[in-house]
Design a protein around this ligand. Sequence first.
Ligand SMILES: [Zn+2]
Length: 158
Amino acid sequence: MENFCTICGAKLSDDKVCRDLYNELSYYSLTHPNKEFFIHQYIVDAYLAQHASKDIKPIKIALALVGLCLFVNYNYTGRQIQNAHIELTKVKKNWPVFVRPESKIDITISDILLTKTYSSRDELIKKWATSVWGIWKDQHAAIMQLAGLYIENKKNKI
Ligand SMILES: [Zn+2]
């Protein structure tokens, strides 16, 4: 029997939950030959931002959103986002609470798992992350401000 994730709409077979698909995709991204780019970070942030709920700590949601912001607006690699997360947690102690909008997007993790090549899969992961960023549009300004904190801090160090 076919099921769907009630949050993102991903197609789930039999006994699987969306988290299983995430784990499957993480296996792909963590063993990806391009370690320098570290596409895994896009998956972590996109999945979290797409499934954000009040059971997840505000810091985690905020960092995921900052990650998507840095990718979409500043073309950061996964590795650069990972570094930004580390730096940001050093300067920021109180995290705003971001509440996930109800809107859904066309791309889900089950579509990504159907792709066969590295290039097609990486391409779809980027589209997915960009679309997830899009559903948060009402909160973009606040997220940009948070990301700006990191960028400003980085500028001061140079
Ligand atoms: Zn889902």
